[in-house]
Structure formats: structure tokens, C-alpha cells
Design a protein around this ligand. Structure first.
Ligand code: AMP
Length: 424
């Protein structure tokens, strides 16, 4: 099914062709017609599925079809997203897909001087991409008006909540015109998110990406059992392979990320970390250096890495396995994007075995074990591990209990594995 059959107009089709997009992804197939009809949308999908294009393409089309031809465009669409990295990437996508539309967009986010951003907004834009805090700040200072808003997008809603943005979001919603089209995206749909969606959307149509193509189908996954204290050595051993031109390494904590960078540094492997304690500039620089292959390894925590879109990202290494199974799927979704091949390696120590079990349950398969490495796990049952396993299973029990609070209506919104674009 080509993009033409979604009734996308020529100036946008031309840019998609230039990007080499041949067929819409499942979320694009479903969401684009709904948005073009003017309906509100509740989308359960995450980055890596082609979600950004699924909302930016029809927004561009709707704005172009009703273009106002004012000398100075007013903000007609607002996209709110939790992280600076995502905001920048969404604005880049708008510029790419909207290359031949003449529509203008810009991005505002915190942690940097506001002057270039306010200057850009004041020149007039049709679409504004923003993180919540800076947006409210600039509205408060009178630089941004949402009076002409027609289409509002709340992206990565679950991540917004995780990052404590709920009050900011409520304040933003209160400032929006009542008559508008609203699009709401979240990777997971716990009850709190469904509640938030209900306050924003009006008779929404739902689009949910079912796990018909789970990452297991395209990503080569492996687990290495290793003692905690040997993980650094194992990472260095793996990085001896020159075929690994670049790797994205995940840790659970900011401190852990910094330690891995220091360890790699000592072995003359160029690495940088991105996490919440780094300044906006440092994070952008690290990401740019990684994309330009100036550094070989980017070490990231989960929140900082949400939505990172790096083409041809081939290796993801889970230095520490997350205790939240969904996170595994988010992490490995950084590789194998848009049909590229990908490898996800997980280091699992004794304490992490219960987490691995949960992940295998979620993805519905056993992850193959590579036991041919020089640092096999020796300490299978440390005392701490047993304690942790017990805690984890009791946590899971209480999690199960709370998820049983879901109403039947919301049951289908429970977390599902991400769909990663399949190779053609
Ligand atoms: P997203 O889920 O928006 O982060 O997109 C993931 C990646 O898929 C991005 O690198 C997009 O450029 C790419 N992509 C999005 N839609 C398509 C498509 N229809 N065909 C090929 N690649 C796509």
C-alpha cells in the first residue's frame, strides 16, 4: 500500500519519496486517515514505529489545506513532548516532511538561553514543538499565544508522567482553545494515563499497535551471564570486535553511566554519557558526537534515551538489566529501526535473573545465551540475589494486584511490546 492511497497531497508525497519511504508503517496506515478526517486520536504506540510521521504528515496536510496566508503565521499546531531530544527530533521531522509546504515550525525547550527561541517564535510559526516547562515559561512572559491553535499533540504521555510533568500538562491544557483537534500518544496506557487522555480528548478514535511484529523477529538478541564485578571487563572484551563501530550502552543509574564512561576512557575507548544530570548542551553534544561517530560508545539511562533516533544503530548493550520488563523493549527498540539489522546484548548477573525471566515472559521467548565468553557467571546464588528475587516477586504480585484495578474497558490498553518496523 503506497502513501498515495492515504490521500496525502503532492508536496508531502514528494518529501516522503526523497526520504525513501515507500510504504506507510502500521501506525501511519491507521492514524493518518483518522487525523485527516479531523477526529481526536488516542494512540498507543512508541518511538520506533514511525509514530512521528504518523502525526506530523496529516498535521502538515491539514494546515496546508486551510492555509491562512497571513504575513506572520500564528501557532496553529502545538506538539508537547517530554525531552529536549525528542522535541528537536520532531521539529526536524516536520522540517523534512514539510520541506515543500512552506509551513514554518520551531522548537522551544529548557536548559538553554531562551533568546534564540523567542526570536524564532516571534518571526511567526505554524507549528510549535515544545517541552512543557519552557512552553509555560514563554507563555507566561507573553512570547507565545495559543489563541489560534487548531491541533494539539501530547506525545509520550507516560514518559511525561514519569518525569513529573503532570501539573505542567494540566496547566497547558487549561490554556488551549476549547475547539481544537487533539492527538494523544503514549507507549503504555495505565489507568492514570487513560484518565489524563479523557480530560484532553473528545470522542477519540483509538489506534493501538498490536504486538504482531515483536522485536524478537528482527533483532538478534543475546544474553551473557556474568558476575556484576566482571561486567566492565566483558564490555571491553566485546568492544574488541572492530565490527562494532558504535554501541549504545544502557545502565540503570546516572552514576552507573558515569562509571562505565570512566572505565571505557581508561581503556582509550571514546565514550560519553547522557542522563538527567547532564546539561542540555552536554547531552546534545554527546548525541551529536555519537551520530557523527566521534565517539564509539554512548552510555545512557532510560529516561535520557527515550526517543533517541539514530539511523543504522546496530548494537545495544544492556550493561544492567532493568527491573521493568517494558524498558527492555524500549531499549532494544533503539536498534533494528526501520528494518535495519540490530543486535541487543544483555549482561545478566545473578541478581538480575528474575528481571530476565520477566522480560522473556513479556516478549514470549527465551533469549539465546552466549556462554562462550571469558567471564562466565560464577556466583550464581549470592545472598543478596535471593533477597532481591524475593522482593521482586512480591513487587510483581502487588503490581498484578494494582493492574487488576483496570476496568474492562481499559484492559486492552495494558502494556504491550513495541512494534519495531519490519524489514520489507
Ligand atoms: P519514529 O517512530 O517516529 O521515531 O520513527 C522511527 C524511524 O522510522 C525514523 O528514523 C523514521 O525516519 C523512520 N520511518 C518512519 N516512517 C517510515 C516509513 N514509512 N518508511 C521507512 N522509514 C520510516
Amino acid at each position: 500500500m503506497p502513501f498515495q492511497s492515504l490521500n496525502i497531497i503532492e508536496p508531502i508525497l514528494k518529501s516522503l519519496e526523497q526520504e525513501g519511504y515507500e510504504t506507510p508503517t502500521p501506525i501511519q496506515k491507521e492514524a493518518i486517515p483518522i487525523i485527516l478526517r479531523g477526529s481526536d486520536l488516542l494512540g498507543c504506540a512508541q518511538t520506533g514505529t514511525g509514530k512521528t510521521a504518523a502525526f506530523t504528515i496529516p498535521i502538515l496536510q491539514l494546515l496546508l489545506e486551510n492555509k491562512t496566508y497571513e504575513k506572520k503565521p500564528k501557532i496553529r499546531s502545538l506538539i508537547v513532548t517530554p525531552t529536549r531530544e525528542l522535541a528537536i527530533q520532531i521539529n526536524e521531522s516536520i522540517k523534512t516532511y514539510g520541506r515543500f509546504t512552506g509551513l514554518k515550525s520551531t522548537v522551544v525547550f529548557g536548559g538553554v538561553n531562551q533568546n534564540p527561541q523567542t526570536a524564532s517564535v516571534q518571526q511567526g510559526v505554524d507549528i510549535l514543538v515544545a517541552t512543557p516547562g519552557r512552553l509555560l515559561d514563554l507563555i507566561g512572559q507573553g512570547f507565545i499565544s495559543l489563541r489560534s491553535l487548531e491541533i494539539f499533540v501530547l506525545d509520550e504521555a507516560d514518559c511525561m508522567l514519569d518525569m513529573g510533568f503532570i501539573h505542567d500538562i494540566r496547566r497547558i491544557i487549561a490554556l488551549l482553545p476549547k475547539k481544537r483537534q487533539s492527538l494523544f500518544f503514549s507507549a503504555t496506557m495505565p489507568q492514570e494515563i487513560v484518565k489524563l487522555a479523557n480530560t484532553i480528548l473528545n470522542n477519540p478514535l483509538k489506534v493501538e499497535i498490536t504486538p504482531s511484529a515483536t522485536p524478537v523477529e528482527i533483532i538478534n538478541q543475546m544474553v551473557y551471564f556474568v558476575d556484576k564485578g566482571n561486567k566492565g571487563k566483558l564490555l571491553l572484551e566485546i568492544l574488541k570486535d572492530e565490527k562494532i563501530k558504535s554501541a549504545l550502552v544502557f545502565t540503570r543509574t546516572k552514576h552507573g553511566a558515569d562509571n562505565v564512561v570512566k572505565m571505557l576512557d581508561r581503556s582509550k575507548i571514546k565514550a560519553e554519557a547522557i542522563h538527567g544530570n547532564k546539561s542540555q548542551n552536554a547531552r546534545q553534544r554527546a548525541l551529536a558526537n555519537f551520530k557523527e561517530m566521534q565517539i564509539r560508545v554512548l552510555v545512557a539511562t532510560d529516561i535520557a534515551a527515550r526517543g533517541i533516533d539514530i539511523d543504522d544503530m546496530e548494537f545495544v548493550i544492556n550493561y544492567e538489566i532493568s527491573n521493568i520488563s517494558d524498558t527492555y523493549v524500549h531499549r532494544i527498540g533503539r536498534t533494528g529501526r526501520a528494518g535495519a539489522k540490530g543486535t541487543a546484548i544483555s549482561f545478566c548477573d545473578a541478581e538480575e535473573k528474575p528481571f530476565l525471566k520477566d522480560i522473556e515472559k513479556l516478549i514470549g521467548k527465551k533469549i539465546p545465551v552466549n556462554d562462550e565468553h571469558p567471564f562466565p557467571l560464577m556466583d550464581h546464588y549470592p545472598v543478596k540475589a535471593e533477597k532481591q528475587a524475593r522482593n521482586h516477586s512480591s513487587q510483581n504480585k502487588s503490581k498484578k494486584k494494582s493492574s487488576s484495578n483496570f476496568t474492562d474497558k481499559n484492559k486492552k490498553h495494558q502494556t504491550k511490546p513495541v512494534l519495531v518496523l519490519k524489514p520489507k
